[in-house]
Design a protein around this ligand. Sequence first.
Ligand code: XMP
Length: 319
Amino acid sequence: DWTMAEFRDAKIAEIRAQVGSGRVICGLSGGVDSAVAAVLIHEAIGEQLTCVFVDHGLMRASEADQVVSLFRNHYNIPLVHVNAETLFLSGLAGVTDPEAKRKFIGKTFIDVFEAEAKKVGGAEFLAQGTLYPDVIESVSFTGGPSVTIKSHHNVGGLPARMNMKLVEPLRELFKDEVRALGRELGLPDIFVGRHPFPGPGLAIRIPGEVTKERCDILRKADAVYLEEIRNAGLYDAIWQAFAVLLPVRSVGVMGDGRTYDNVLALRAVTSTDGMTAEAFSFPGDFLPRVATRIINEVRGINRVTYDYTSKPPGTIEWE
Ligand code: XMP
């Protein structure tokens, strides 16, 4: 796509002009946006860039490994991988309020990132994969300018505190444009086509208290759901699909015994930019098959439901 090639070249020139011979640190979230920003900046300034991946332990199955191997093996871009699972999970113990979770994760993310950035030393620029919808949705949403619907963890905070200049090459782009740019930069299709994943990760897909055990249950169920979606050839028709582990237990029967286990909600939506969304309509036999597989294969879940809510009035994530 020649327009994306032009955009890429223009941005590369802009980044070089902004950064000069300075050092840049880029936080990777595991998602497409920060990865595309990092690869673009690396094309522009090479070794002047260091990437930091703060792994909060709230990623989906194998997600962290994919990011690390993409950067280290595929692109040979230096990457600091910080395993901070214990720090995040211990701080989340007892926290049930959605905004309290988001704020704790955002703040702790900044603390860990800042400490790592200091070790890199001498960087005056901070790169972020902020997109256009991140910019507007954090400021206001349908509720009017003074209402915060959700505190997005990747906007604000860092720049003021770290006294660094921002490099945000994707600030004018929507998701589909970021994907096109990613392809232009040679990122593998499987990575570029990934569904969005929120910064606070599984913590906002576990209403109520987040524990390691609940994260593990959710990771297993989510992996089964996504595997079935890929096998059915539906992955690219869906904007985002994920499972939510509810803080509700229900009674069931398995073999000749009674069970009293967790309820899981499945969510899949179509959208063009995440600002509005519609529940995805699966072919008739798909959801019953996934429900059966999850209940048979994932210990701790004995009931599966499907979420039909549009955005608005719902949001895509549950918290
Ligand atoms: P909601 O739930 O607000 O989500 O309808 C809209 C889109 O944003 C993603 N999302 C986030 N992304 N940091 C992110 O980077 C966040 O804190 C965050 N919260 C929600 C969500 O997955 C959906 O794609």
